[in-house]
Write a protein that binds this ligand. Sequence first.
Ligand code: PEP
Ligand code: MG
Length: 552
Amino acid sequence: MKLLQGVSASGGIVAGKVHFFQAGAKEVKKAKSKQSAPQETARLQTALAAAVAQLEALQKSSGSQLGKDSEVFAVHAMLLQDADFTDRLEELISGEGWSAEYAVQQAGQEFSESFAVLSDPYMKERAADILDAAARVLSCLQGQSCAPTDGMIEPMILAADTLFPSQTVQMDKSKILAFLTRGGAYNSHASILARTLGIPAIVNLGNNLDSLKEEDFILADGDKGIVITEPDEAALSAYHQRQAAAEQERAALAKLVEKESLSKDGRRIQLFANISTPQEAAEAKSAGAEGVGLFRSEFLFMHAAHLPSEDEQYQAYRQALENMAPAPVIIRTIDFGADKQLSCLPQKQEENPALGCRAIRLCFARPELLMVQLRALLRASAFGKLQIMFPMVATLEELLRLRSMVKKAKQDLDAAQLAYDSSVKVGIMVETPAAALASRELAAHADFFSIGTNDLTQYTLACDRMNEAVSNIFDSRNISVLRLIALTVRNAHAQGIPVGICGESAADPSLLPQYLALGVDELSMSAKRILPLRKVLLDTDSHKVDLSALAL
Ligand code: PEP
Ligand code: MG
């Protein structure tokens, strides 16, 4: 038995077998084939067939989870079977003698470049798809899988160097018992996803991951951030006891679903859920959520073969609103960039993506992206209680420009005689120190604030939220972060607008007394964390909190 220490990213303990996921294909050398052309062609055909079979299976299995977006896999399969593409592969292998790997990489690049220069936006978007599909064939040639759960028959503990959001949205969540990653940090989006799913996650295991082999039976203890290899009798019996205790705790918490979110001293604070798909709104409601405080809409785009159309987006937003009705749903407009990259919208590499062209900055560079989304949101607003929220606002000018885009979207709908809620609230995330410091001016033009403490902490402490090496500095309890929150709440309330918190710290029980005493109106978190926090809330007395240290 061995204990491997990592960092806890999501609590809980499970026992199971390890499955390694190796992302992407290995580097391909420009090399001639070592065998005859017919033999190399046969290798290629096998890999192509395997890739197409994977794609067909993925399309079927993800249909219920991704809906129409599962068509991305059909598009990839079609591209791989396209005669022009397969002819070019044949020419590179039989005509020029290249290895199958090099031929796939070369043809993928050539076709991608030829799509990229087309003026039809739909065809242009195929540039990323052909690269993605070619990467799948390469992985098959090199004997590696593509989606993290491809090839898994039973639920297992998924181990990987890193997991990107685009990979996590593809996987079959019912097959994952826990996540283990070599890198990663508590605040990376894969960790957030693990907490949303309520499965244990241990990140930043570093070289410890090398002690594990495929199919090793282990205990993954997300509470302590450790992996126990070859568990002995005592470890297994402790595991069974903790499982039983967790089951009892779940049953006790379930009784709080209908209970009002009131502190011991009678303060009312709303407990909302963070979601990334419309279906999660229904799950959140049954998990005790009083509304949705953050719908990360960019996740709708992340697994799509093409940018979702106005109609497709409208359907998704409407479903989320209907699932949560009559309670409110705050939908955040697209927040791409940094660790959230899209295959359907390839972006230029940036030196500092977290400080670069992300979120609304990208929307100002490509206004049609936001206009389509705003029209879809407004149309959906006729079916529930929608609030529109903009991420990464840093200046008043940005907010005014965004408001004028909302006005324009309303005019478009008026012209088309389409219904919408004309009183829909428009607010912003306060997640840059600039927004917190300018919260007095911003509050005069916003209907609500929601503080994104993940980014607010990152930018205030100049500390990359994704980098475990500086995770000791990343602390949402830091006095500077708390002062910015205090200032934001004060300015919001002076202007009569409500303020929520939707970063990960919203679920931190140790911060709850201070948030309550500051007068925060709403806390939004992964649905699974609502009832545990409500339990703490019922027992918290905010009178006892001394806020004098936060004075500005
Ligand atoms: C935040 O920054 O706190 C937030 C909620 O947004 P995201 O984690 O998606 O950046
Ligand atoms: Mg953010």
